[in-house]
Design a protein around this ligand. Structure first.
Ligand code: 5GP
Ligand code: ZN
Length: 114
């Protein structure tokens, strides 16, 4: 299996895991756009949203919410790209959680400060 994210799920490629359940994995992005940039993926391999069964997809939003709450992120973007024209680089469905800096101290996130 050459899919990078399937290899991360199997533990063949190391990652900084934030949450794992039977159907879902959350880990830090290797090229973060901001501190705490996380990826949440269904463990089911599929390139685009429409390829993923509902029972896997329905776990993703609650996991995103858990990560937001646990991290202390205040303002953040949730992004999900489908297809190369839509800027998808890794063809395994993933949701980006990107915390946004605030104007005061540059961070809205405190992984261990709460
Ligand atoms: P896309 O452009 O497909 O929506 O985003 C793919 C994301 O996966 C990028 O933000 C990239 O940094 C991240 N990524 C690619 N390869 C790896 C990897 O091996 N490990 C981790 N943790 N993230 C990766
Ligand atoms: Zn995959």
């Amino acid at each position: 299996m050459s899919c990078i994210f399937c290899r991360i799920i199997k533990g063949e490629i190391p990652s900084f895991k934030l949450f794992e359940s039977e159907k879902t994995l959350a880990f830090l992005d290797i090229g973060p756009l901001s501190q705490g940039h996380a990826l949440v993926i269904p463990k089911f391999h599929g390139a685009k949203l429409a390829d993923i069964p509902d029972d896997h997809l329905s776990e993703v939003l609650p996991v995103l919410k858990k990560i937001v709450t646990a991290s202390g992120a205040v303002d953040y973007n949730v992004l999900q790209n489908n297809g190369t024209i839509a800027h998808q680089e890794v063809p395994h469905v993933h949701f980006h959680l990107i915390p946004k800096p605030n104007e005061k101290d540059g961070l809205t996130i405190g992984w261990n400060s709460k």
